[in-house]
Design a protein around this ligand. Structure first.
Ligand code: ADP
Ligand code: ADP
Length: 229
């Protein structure tokens, strides 16, 4: 069973120019453990697609299924719970809570899922150690480097062992070397946990390391061959 399945997906913003669809008729399945890159020019609709796949926005046509559940059939609260349980999100800007330590930030999804404090602490510490931040547990985001902040965000996205992580330019604001390092860590967690990855990126050298590369262009999604990436 696909982790995320989109059928005939379409999005038109009410306030968009001439109400032209950003895209329509997109069909896509993300399989367990699969890593997928989404390339495309600025404005092609990559963020829009990622928001629809993650249930952060509602399509104007078609359906999204997450872990087999039809998103449009769920209440907002049910959709929120499914998101927290099945999905992780990583953005270009980390969205960590500034007043909390790295450890507390990573514990947060577990606490929201109702896990006991002691378990959340142990697991969050192990996850930060896994991304090489065992020595930064008590640092607040403002006391971490850009790469360390982004690795903390990766740890937070993966702590609930989601079936799939959705990343919108997750390494976009990092220098090349740090980006490659954070990216490598995401691939390692994919390998160890079997978490699917769907990453919007403009970095073809990173995209090339994923199982499948899609390009969003003029409202269509096309699979690129290895030679094209
Ligand atoms: P990308 O991530 O590929 O840069 P986006 O998904 O952000 O593309 O945007 C796709 C198109 O939809 C653009 O033309 C953008 O201006 C438009 N758009 C994005 N978000 C909104 C919104 N909230 N309201 C109206 N138009 C939007
Ligand atoms: P963009 O993807 O538009 O370039 P960001 O990556 O900074 O912008 O993320 C902002 C987006 O996060 C908003 O468009 C918003 O739709 C989305 N968002 C909505 N709800 C959440 C949430 N619960 N957690 C994280 N991001 C969310």
């Amino acid at each position: 069973q696909a982790v995320i399945r989109a059928e005939n997906l379409g999005k038109t913003y009410a306030e968009g120019k001439l109400h032209t669809p950003v895209f329509s008729g997109l069909t896509l399945a993300i399989h367990p453990g699969e890593t997928v890159a989404i390339l495309g020019a600025s404005g092609a609709g990559k963020s829009t697609l990622l928001h629809l796949l993650g249930g952060l926005d509602v399509p104007t046509a078609g359906e999204v299924y997450v872990a087999g559940q039809k998103m449009s059939a769920l209440s907002d609260a049910e959709r929120g719970r499914l998101r927290n349980r099945a999905l992780g999100f990583i953005y270009q800007f980390h969205h960590l809570l500034p007043e909390l330590s790295a450890l507390e930030n990573v514990m947060m999804p577990l606490l929201l899922a109702g896990r006991p404090l002691a378990e959340a602490q142990t697991r969050a510490q192990a996850m930060l150690e896994a991304v090489g931040l065992g020595h930064r547990l008590d640092h607040k985001p403002g006391e971490l480097s850009g790469g360390e902040r982004q690795r903390t965000a990766v740890a937070r996205a993966l702590i609930n062992r989601p079936a799939c992580v959705l990343g919108d330019e997750p390494t976009g604001n990092l220098d090349e070397r740090t980006a490659a390092q954070v990216f490598g860590q995401m691939l390692e967690l994919n390998r160890v946990q079997g978490t699917s990855l769907v990453l919007v990126t403009h970095d073809r050298s990173l995209a090339r390391r994923l199982d499948r590369v899609l390009e969003l262009h003029e409202g269509r999604l096309r699979t690129l061959s290895a030679a094209e990436v």
